[in-house]
Design a binder for this molecule. Structure first.
Ligand code: PGA
Length: 264
């Protein structure tokens, strides 16, 4: 884990109504105010319909609000799409792009993701880019090739200067959701080290600073093992973070571990 900052967050996918999201955020805010500090990046990425009210509720909070997807243009005739300007208007300060469900269920391509990345960065909206190989790619020994290709295609044309607004999550497709098998900490570490190498290849020393988060069946048992690895800067959690108490416990334990590392 990078001793400088700790990144912990959740994407609530399509699981919470507006009322449920606001209650979740209120509870999370209250239970984590004791660990709030600049070095902890705590973020929640709820559904589009919740963003306006969530943005208002989080105005003075330590929790960063994110969006699950975005269009690749600022404005125009794109039925059903939401632009970065609209997201920012709601108080959104992070956009998640390229989640496995967007790629594999909704058919998003690397070219589309690349256009979205540029649009977000042009609008000064930080990007959380998700990358990860499928079970088939892993079986064929193509994990690293897949990660390199995704980084190179999705981040094609991004300047070194804009690289400071990027976060990357390694989320192997086979690890995500019901029936997913969490990556072991050793496997995740190997992929994170490779991602770090790829990002420094693209952005030089700026690539060293891009936070690398792991996601895919993170649970209270494996969270600290993963965070204990040198190239894992944070966790991007689904199901295990959707109850405030459980998420707060992981956050508190993670902060303790991180503080120990910082002073060791
Ligand atoms: P999960 O989801 O933790 O429920 O596997 C992870 C993700 O999709 O980011």
């Amino acid at each position: 884990m990078n001793a400088k900052r700790l990144y912990l967050g959740t994407n609530t996918k399509m699981t919470k109504t507006i009322a449920e999201t606001l209650a979740f955020l209120a509870g999370l805010d209250r239970l984590t105010v004791d660990v709030a500090e600049d070095a902890l990046e705590l973020f929640v990425i709820p559904s589009f319909t919740t963003l306006e009210s969530a943005g208002k509720q989080l105005q003075n909070s330590h929790i960063r609000l994110g969006a699950q997807n975005m269009a690749w243009e600022d404005k125009g005739v794109f039925t059903g799409e939401i632009s970065p300007l609209m997201l920012k208007e709601c108080g959104v300060a992070l956009v998640e792009l390229g989640h496995s469900e967007r790629r594999h269920v909704l058919g998003e391509t690397d070219d589309m993701i690349n256009r979205k990345v540029h649009c977000a960065l042009r609008n000064k909206l930080p990007v959380l880019l998700c990358v990860g190989e499928t079970a088939k790619q892993k079986e064929l020994g193509l994990s690293k090739e897949t990660l390199a290709a995704q980084c190179k295609e999705d981040l094609f044309g991004v300047t070194t200067e804009d690289a400071s607004s990027l976060w990357v999550a390694y989320e192997p497709v086979w690890a995500i959701g019901e029936g997913g098998i969490p990556a072991t900490e050793d496997y995740a570490e190997e992929m994170h080290a490779f991602l770090r190498e790829t990002l420094t290849g693209l952005f030089g020393e700026k690539g060293e600073e891009i936070p690398l988060l792991y996601g895919g069946s993170v649970n209270p048992q494996n969270a600290m093992l993963l965070l204990g690895m040198p190239h894992i800067d944070g966790l991007f959690i689904g199901r295990s973070a959707w109850e405030v108490k459980g998420f707060s416990q992981i956050i508190h334990e993670a902060v303790r571990l991180w503080k120990g590392k910082k002073h060791s």
